[in-house]
Design a protein around this ligand. Sequence first.
Ligand code: PRP
Length: 213
Amino acid sequence: MSQRLRIALTKGRLQDKSVELFEAMGLDCSPVRNPGRRLIHTLPNYPLDAVLAKAPDVITYVEHGVCDLGVVGKDTILEKGGAFYEVLDLGFGRCRFALAVKRGSDFYGTYKTRRIASKYPNVTRAFFEGKGMDVDIIKIEGSVELAPILDLADGIVDIVETGATLKENGLEPIEDVAQVSARLIVNTASMKLYKNEIADFLSRVERELGGQV
Ligand code: PRP
């Protein structure tokens, strides 16, 4: 008998896109679309159960093996790291990490240590370490664009999708830090234990993604 797999989906936009993808593959996702107060959703026509979680928790569940698979943004993977297989770029949730500053400000034109605000301190640290540049990093939980406006920071490292938020707040991106999109991740033990089940699921995803190009 084949093992039912469990997948953790990042709540919100990635959840909607994941459901669209799975439905295009022929999976009945009505339990995820109409969750009620249930937390685990059993798909009726494929041996897969889905849980919805915040992005960092998707990684935690997959790392601990309580979920075999996960859909999570590369932004969270870069920030949190962890031991799992990153097997597929799902192509949706595309955006980028960028360094942004007040429009017209000369970020590199000073010797003093720059202050950078970000929700992603590890990504920020790795980026500036790669340049051999010493910066002070201030962790901000949301609306990071406020930090340079309030003169708390010289720049921010943040997610840019359309660029509208930066523009409307008098900021401009000056450098790309990393490309971001949704990734399918797999627990390392599940990959061996449920090799056939995971291979079947991956091949269905790949077939669907292949058909989209
Ligand atoms: C993200 C990001 C930017 C905005 C970028 O914020 O932090 O603020 O989206 O999108 P844009 O380039 O299309 O304008 P999010 O909506 O996740 O909210 P937050 O600022 O509270 O984290």
